[in-house]
Design a protein around this ligand. Structure first.
Ligand code: PDD
Length: 281
């Protein structure tokens, strides 16, 4: 695999980053995951805009222009022959001479930029979407700026492990009794034809797939209600689903052991998946 590190395209085995990089020492960095379908990037613009916002919120100086970033994405897709898959992009606050809590001077310590591809043949035709996934609920104990897409993913990883230990696919996180989001996706329920999802605040990541799916839903005359919901309300909903760049729209058929509807994907989530895959290509 060819990867990109600070301006160079290299075989993955030759790519190097300093042990003093603040991404490595302090999880001081941000990332984006963009999907590739038919060899083309899905919603690159949305990801580029969110990346810039994450960098701005953390006072990080963007070392690469949007046009150059697009070029790197396209070049990696080409070099690695990706038809279906993902591109991972990470920008960390670089490597000062020593470990120090204070941010280094961005003029002398440039950010580290790393990109690599993940080949996922069959991503769009994922058979899991036919039967849906099962989730458990866990307490959301992440920091308070989940709108910034940082590389601090330890708790979401632990959530995935808790889900695995419970024999299910993912975890929905709950704060003050209300669902925030999945470990790496946004969460939705459907009741009486209405699509309900948590509003965009600092409590959740403002998903790029979320924005597209809500727009497509409204264009298809579906009603969208942005409000908090509980696990109990979700268990009694007609349908539930998640969205993300890697799962697109994925039905959820069980929450904490309680079946949603008849335990099979309903009509809204599969339809939204179809619309999303058609319209975003
Ligand atoms: N995760 N919420 C969280 C906590 C996420 O990590 C993600 C994305 C989303 C969905 O955002 P988007 O639609 O822009 O992908 C919501 C990526 C896919 C990941 O970490 O792999």
């Amino acid at each position: 695999r060819t990867v990109y590190v600070n301006g160079d395209y290299l075989p993955e085995t030759e790519a190097k980053v300093s042990i003093f990089d603040r991404g490595f020492l302090m999880a001081d960095g941000v990332y984006e995951v963009t999907s590739v379908l038919d060899g083309k990037l899905i919603d690159f613009d949305g990801h580029a805009v969110r990346l810039q916002r994450s960098l701005d919120e953390l006072d990080m100086k963007n070392p690469i222009t949007k046009d150059d970033l697009l070029e790197v994405h396209r070049e990696l897709v080409r070099l690695n022959g990706i038809e279906e898959g993902m591109i991972y992009l990470q920008i960390t606050r670089g490597a000062p001479d020593d470990r120090d809590f204070a941010f280094p001077d961005p003029e002398t310590v440039p950010c580290t930029v790393v990109l690599f591809t993940q080949n996922k043949p069959g991503l769009a035709a994922n058979p899991v979407a036919q039967k849906g996934i099962k989730v458990i609920s866990i307490e959301d104990i992440r920091w308070g700026r989940r709108d910034i897409k940082t590389v601090q993913l330890l708790y979401p990883s632990m959530g995935k492990m808790m889900a695995k230990a419970a024999g299910v696919d993912d975890a929905w996180m709950v704060q003050d009794g209300f669902v925030t989001e999945g470990t790496s996706n946004n969460a939705y329920i459907v009741k009486g034809g209405k699509i309900i999802t948590r509003p965009k605040t600092n409590d959740i990541l403002h998903g790029i797939t979320r924005a597209a799916v809500l727009r497509f839903a409204e264009e298809a005359q579906m009603t969208v209600e942005e409000r908090n919901f509980t696990i109990e309300e979700a268990q009694n909903a007609d349908e539930a689903f998640i969205t993300s760049a890697s799962t697109f729209v994925m039905p959820v058929v069980e929450i904490d052991g309680a079946q949603i509807g008849d335990g099979k994907p309903g009509s809204v989530a599969p339809r939204l998946r179809e619309i999303y895959l058609e319209e975003s290509r």
